[in-house]
Design a protein around this ligand. Sequence first.
Ligand code: V47
Ligand code: SF4
Length: 366
Amino acid sequence: MIEQIIRETTLKKESRQVLLDRIQGKRISLIDAFDIYTKTPLSVLGAVADYITQKIHNNKVYYNRNFHLEPTNICVYDCSFCSYSRKEGQQGSWDLSIEDMLEKVKQNASATEVHIVGGVHPERDVFYYADFLAKIKGLRPDIHVKAFTAVEIEFMSSKAGVEINEGLSILKKAGLNSIPGGGAEIFNDTIRETLCGRKANSKTWLKVHKHAHLNAIPSNATILYGHVENVEHRIQHLDKIRNLQDETGGFNAFIPLKYKHKDNFLSHLKELSLIEDLRMMAFCRLFLDNIPNLKAYWPMYGKETAYLMLSFGANDMDGTIEDSTRIYSMAGSEEQNPVLSVSEIVSELQRMGKKAVERDSLYNEL
Ligand code: V47
Ligand code: SF4
């Protein structure tokens, strides 16, 4: 069936063969990737992505019970795509005390994961955050702490005068269980310079994740797409992630993040269409043959689009969130107060012929 769909497309013969090889498990090379991304009809790209996803996951779609802590939006950097960061004292800034955040941990007693990410505060070093993580574990020894982007880890380690490796060990000892995928943006140094030139560069992001994996700290990876980059840049970015995964096997999930344009320095750019978002998700499933889980991150795409993406290669809805993140609502997401109840996930997926499966943060089924 899928072979027939591929054989009947209008694609050139070589690309049809690449798709036929891909469904047999063969890797898509960098050379072939551009034509596959840009020229495959969306229906065919989606069908192949769905076929591969079903082969790995059957009809299962994962979710977890999680919430975010965003300690502060005060940030030393000023990334041009960011609607969230503020300078100290600026209207709209926040800076939560450790006590306030521990209160939120107590309030979210049924969550299995806390996802901690925020602005890069000029005064906070790795010892401050290690103390914070230890206090969370003191309250909830069982909760999985997924915390701090590579950008935050690089800054807080250097603030404390320790190497990244040591910074990671300090955090791990205090309770860090895994690292989220943020801060990757786009691994092209020219573009990165214009978007977020002062923060950790591509090489450093990859180095932090490699060190984490070698120290048995798993992580996720992201791409920020749909701003000033082009398809070639996206493919090069995915290739760097795929190569590191070949080396370490430490990535649990990949999360494409679509650029949202409200209230930031790039607001003049038009956001990509739904069709482009579906194409991106499907391509990620085809290209990233060594990362099993692709998240449709609903607080950013919106629930409807996220559900649709489950037929275009995604197999994970992230989690219930409990209205605890502001990064995307401030950038204009339709999910202004993101909450997704377990019953909503279960019934919506049932209607789609999928099975909602609760997972822990390491993708063990609960
Ligand atoms: O690095 C910031 C992105 C990221 C905008 O690991 C924006 O499970 C779109 O790390 N439009 C942080 N994106 C979020 C993050 C994350 C999210 C979901 C799941 C996981 C995970 C990690 O948010 C930043 C940046 O790429 N971002 N501003 C914006 N205007
Ligand atoms: Fe700061 Fe992160 Fe926003 Fe960049 S994306 S300005 S590092 S909060």
